[in-house]
Design a protein around this ligand. Sequence first.
Ligand SMILES: NC(=O)c1ccc[n+]([C@@H]2O[C@H](COP(=O)([O-])OP(=O)(O)OC[C@H]3O[C@@H](n4cnc5c(N)ncnc54)[C@H](OP(=O)(O)O)[C@@H]3O)[C@@H](O)[C@H]2O)c1
Length: 298
Amino acid sequence: MVVMIIGAKGQLGTALCAAFQDTEVIKADRGGGHCTVDICDRKALFKCISEFRPEIVINTAAEHELRSCEAHPDQSFAVNASGAMWAAQACRETGARLVHISTDYVFGGDSRERNIPYCESDPPKPLNVYAASKLAGEYLVAAHCANHLIVRTAALYGLARCRGKGGRNFVETMLGLAATGQEVKVVNDEFTTPTYAASLAAQIRLLAERAEPGLYHATCGGACSWYEFAEAIFEELGVRVHLVPAKSLDFQSSVKRPTYTVLDNRHAREAGLDIMPDWREALKSYTAARRNAANATV
Ligand SMILES: NC(=O)c1ccc[n+]([C@@H]2O[C@H](COP(=O)([O-])OP(=O)(O)OC[C@H]3O[C@@H](n4cnc5c(N)ncnc54)[C@H](OP(=O)(O)O)[C@@H]3O)[C@@H](O)[C@H]2O)c1
């Protein structure tokens, strides 16, 4: 099987390369992979997909730094919406299956009052440019390639850093703050499900190989506030820190964010294909992998 990963150097792309390592993986990215491609360049993308003829294309490419998306909506839509559409058209023409990665941010957070995780049939309500552009990407993928899977995930962290967010992920940001020796303030009124990239990559592989086309939620199990996530990170890694709960209003931001984006992996579960671990269990796997990686470099 030939699998093409667009955004292969990213946080999820790196985990996907590992999850598919026993197959032929074509790394497509903006430099250094098997195929250099900017997803906004329709011609180059078509050339790349027609040349390598993958059976599965996984599109992880995204413009997802929230403030930058808000300031540059044209660029966000070019990557997250039009780029996704070019990928869908190229997959349709070559007969490939497209797995397109999307986000929990398509929801508006109103499910919080009910405290019920969002399932795939719940209506989206994007609150910012990033979310709107990702939702547009979902619609365009569905419209242009029947053989598609749209996989929404949330709060990713992995061994490879998140390139679109300046190389940071939440775990490393917390450890960096703790290292300053100062108190660390984290919001306890925004809820999500931290999702380990390696767990998600295994789930994506299973869905890519076995699932019917359609929309799938794929996050780890359970839910927590960002404060509880930080608490768990410090506990797992044995870091002593003065952690202080805060309110989202304490942090001034020009970008609107949903306060509750917990997802229910209902579609995959009902298909017997939900293999995502609980978020605490996944965090343990991540910290073990992180230790192994650190020992390997000593
Ligand atoms: N991170 C999260 O918390 C989170 C949460 C929910 C959903 N998601 C979704 O998950 C997916 C993967 O996220 P991630 O955390 O792995 O992000 P990441 O580390 O920033 O990886 C994204 C990759 O996309 C590539 N890319 C960006 N613009 C591109 C373009 N115009 N053409 C080709 N490649 C381009 C980047 O390439 P370069 O290497 O050249 O920069 C990078 O390798 C995204 O679709 C995101 O929307 C992420």
